[in-house]
Design a protein around this ligand. Structure first.
Ligand SMILES: NC(=O)c1ccc[n+]([C@@H]2O[C@H](COP(=O)([O-])OP(=O)(O)OC[C@H]3O[C@@H](n4cnc5c(N)ncnc54)[C@H](OP(=O)(O)O)[C@@H]3O)[C@@H](O)[C@H]2O)c1
Length: 267
């Protein structure tokens, strides 16, 4: 398949991308970077106020935005989301499964199994649900799905077991979906960020700094020193990798996992 017409300046020109989990960090960047690349964007999360703000920012970039409040653990809400996207735009070219619920951070020998199970609902099954619902529409457009994973795939530190279990399942699911949907022209890939220099991490480094009696900058410098590039990636830098995988520029890439971590982990 060739796409010589893909404009490098706007790789998602006139495409429609659904982003699940539009939060203040990566979710917001995903919506805005896709819009900057030429896409109209469907925004899903539970917080209506945030959705409205990000929708206004997408429109500020000259693209159309559709905000659909939805809890993606709920089948009916997801069906409503898929229907709303198709009613508004008539097609869907891309899906980014970004939403996540922090699983309990406890050793696996102690963690509450109901809490582990609950984490799987958002982090794994909801992404599968959305992908299944949108698969027919994506198949009509040589569509692309990107799962947002985590560098937790690359280590087995204590208390991260439940998170690693969920994200490992998400990775396996993406690979199997790539095989299942490939014959229908749909690509499925994964992006695995490590640190993301966004509000959550800034707040956390502030807290760590206060606890240790050092400036937050010291915490940043220590973390940055563990990466090849000596800094932490910003949300837009991760979003741009996702945007690439959504675009026809990545038309021969499927079933892959791209780590975006300034070289913290090599894979
Ligand atoms: N932050 C990090 O340091 C980091 C590091 C590595 C990987 N990641 C991955 O990157 C992705 C984004 O992380 P982020 O921290 O930047 O988060 P974010 O994009 O700022 O926000 C994610 C949003 O997901 C939404 N969400 C959660 N449960 C939902 C549900 N049931 N239905 C609909 N929406 C739901 C939440 O919004 P509502 O509450 O409004 O629904 C939340 O704000 C995640 O997949 C995460 O695993 C993050």
């Amino acid at each position: 398949m060739t796409a010589p017409e893909t404009p490098l300046a706007a790789p998602l020109a006139d495409r429609v991308v659904v982003v699940s989990g539009v939060g203040p960090g990566l979710g917001r960047s995903l919506a805005l970077r896709c819009a900057a690349a030429g896409a109209d964007v469907v925004l899903a999360a539970r917080n209506e106020e945030r959705l409205a703000e990000v929708a206004a920012d997408v429109e500020g970039l000259g693209r159309r935005a559709l905000a659909v409040p939805a809890d993606i653990r709920d089948e009916t809400a997801c069906t409503r989301l898929a229907d709303a996207a198709l009613d508004a735009f008539g097609r869907v070219d891309g899906l980014v499964n970004n939403a996540f619920a922090t699983p309990p951070l406890k050793d696996l020998t102690e963690v509450d199994l109901d809490a582990v199970r609950a984490g799987f609902e958002t982090n794994v099954l909801a992404a599968l649900r959305l992908t299944r619902l949108l698969a027919p529409a994506l198949a009509e457009r040589d569509g692309s799905v990107v799962m947002i994973n985590s560098a937790v795939l690359r280590h087995s530190r204590r208390t991260y077991g439940a998170y690693k279990m969920a994200k490992s399942a998400l990775l396996s699911m993406a690979q199997s979906l790539a095989t299942e949907l490939g014959p229908r022209g749909v690509r499925v890939n994964t992006v695995a960020p490590g640190y993301i220099w966004a509000p959550n991490l800034k707040w956390y480094f502030d807290r760590l700094g206060k606890k240790r009696g050092v400036p937050a900058q010291t915490i940043y410098d220590e973390a940055a020193a563990t990466t090849d590039l000596g800094r932490l990636p910003e949300p837009d830098e991760i979003a741009d990798t996702v945007m690439f995988l959504l675009s026809p520029l990545a038309r021969a890439v499927t079933g892959q996992c791209l780590d975006v971590n300034c070289g913290e982990w090599h894979h």
